[in-house]
Design a protein around this ligand. Structure first.
Ligand code: CDP
Length: 218
């Protein structure tokens, strides 16, 4: 099969990106991390020192180049994979990503990238970006469990990691992402719901690979 598109959505820390990346490696799919793109826009907005709450300041998105490839994110040719995970970006990304100017540009780019064997993860992939995806998964887990995972992940990357602070940040971001007007975080009606609170990474990976194989076999 030369074309198969999987949409994986879910809230912060549900494991979308890590799991998508492992599956993509195992199956030879391209992994597109759309959250990393919104994070790169946020990093640029912070560098430009614009008023983040004023949509008219986001015209710069027409001229920036974001590439998300093999687990790395490049902004205008520079590797920003670590910077986009820093606290300041994390705490502002939900504000930046609520604007139409930003979303339209990102969604066009994401759709254009969805060619061949693709696993795309985000918040609105199954609902808005790729409504005709061959398989849709909605990953979730309790906020406490997601905060624990994010803490470990941050520690591994050498980024500040205080459990209570991260739990509050996750809850705040869940709220903003689910309540925004354009493309809120929402399970598509035809997405398969997987609660990963009590599952290991391997169990989630194997379950999704099973679902992909089953769908591919038709
Ligand atoms: O990895 P984490 O779960 O923290 O989030 P992410 O996937 O890196 O996404 C960061 C933020 O980008 C989210 O909290 C959303 O505000 C925004 N986002 C979005 O609006 N739409 C997407 N398709 C992906 C991310």
């Amino acid at each position: 099969m030369d074309s198969f598109v999987v949409a994986i959505d879910g809230p912060a820390g549900s494991g979308k990106s890590s799991i998508s990346s492992i599956i993509a490696n195992k199956l030879g799919f391209t992994h597109i991390d759309t959250g990393a793109m919104y994070r790169a826009v946020t990093l640029e907005a912070l560098r430009l020192n614009i008023d983040l709450n004023d949509e008219s300041n986001y015209k710069f998105v027409d001229n920036i180049k974001i590439i998300n490839k093999l687990g790395k994110t490049y902004l205008n040719g520079k590797d920003v994979s670590k910077e986009i995970r820093e606290k300041e970006v994390t705490n502002n990304v939900s504000t930046v990503s609520k604007f139409k100017t930003v979303r339209e540009k990102m969604v066009d780019f994401q759709r254009a990238s969805a060619k061949g064997l693709v696993l795309m993860d985000g918040r609105d992939i199954g609902t808005v970006v790729l409504p005709f995806a061959d398989l849709k998964i909605f990953l979730t887990a309790s906020a406490e469990c997601r905060a624990k995972r994010r803490c470990l992940q941050n520690k591994e990357m050498g980024i500040e990691a205080d459990y209570d602070v991260i739990l509050e940040e996750i809850k705040a971001r869940d709220y903003k992402d689910s309540h925004r007007q354009i493309s809120p975080l929402k399970k598509a009606d035809d997405a398969i719901l997987l609660d990963t609170s009590d599952m290991t990474i391997d169990e989630v990976v194997n379950k999704i690979i099973y679902l992909i194989n089953e769908k591919m076999r038709g």
